[in-house]
Design a protein around this ligand. Structure first.
Ligand SMILES: [Zn+2]
Length: 120
């Protein structure tokens, strides 16, 4: 599944968070360092760019925020994950959850048929 063709939006304000290549989110580390991350939209592609340049510690929990409304994007039922909406078309929207633990490469797309899992 190539997720690059879909748009991802904030569950709170519904702002679109991606262009054709990257999802842009605000970050905050456990030590309160703030930054901006650009995540590749390819599922299973865990490359990212972070400003300022940062080496995250393995297993570090990073907080992600909507760059528009500043909402905390932590998934309500899965605290080590963030939740975004994936708009498939006008009527279909899936939940996508990404691990927010550095080095823990897991993405799940929650569809009407169940949960599809991706890992790198
Ligand atoms: Zn928002």
């Amino acid at each position: 599944m190539n997720l690059g063709q879909y748009s991802f939006s904030c569950p709170q304000c519904r702002a679109e968070l991606n262009n054709s290549k990257v999802i842009t989110l605000n970050t905050e580390r456990a030590n309160r360092d703030k930054g901006v991350i650009q995540l590749s939209v390819g599922v299973g592609d865990y490359t990212f760019k972070h400003e300022p340049k940062t080496e995250f510690n393995e297993g570090e929990i990073v907080s992600f925020y909507c760059p528009h409304c500043k909402a905390d994007l932590s998934a309500p039922q899965h605290k080590d994950f963030i939740l975004l909406k994936m708009d498939v078309d006008e009527n279909i929207q899936f939940d996508v959850i990404f691990s927010r633990k550095a080095g823990h490469r897991r993405t799940y797309v929650i569809t009407e048929d169940g949960i599809e899992s991706y890992h790198g």
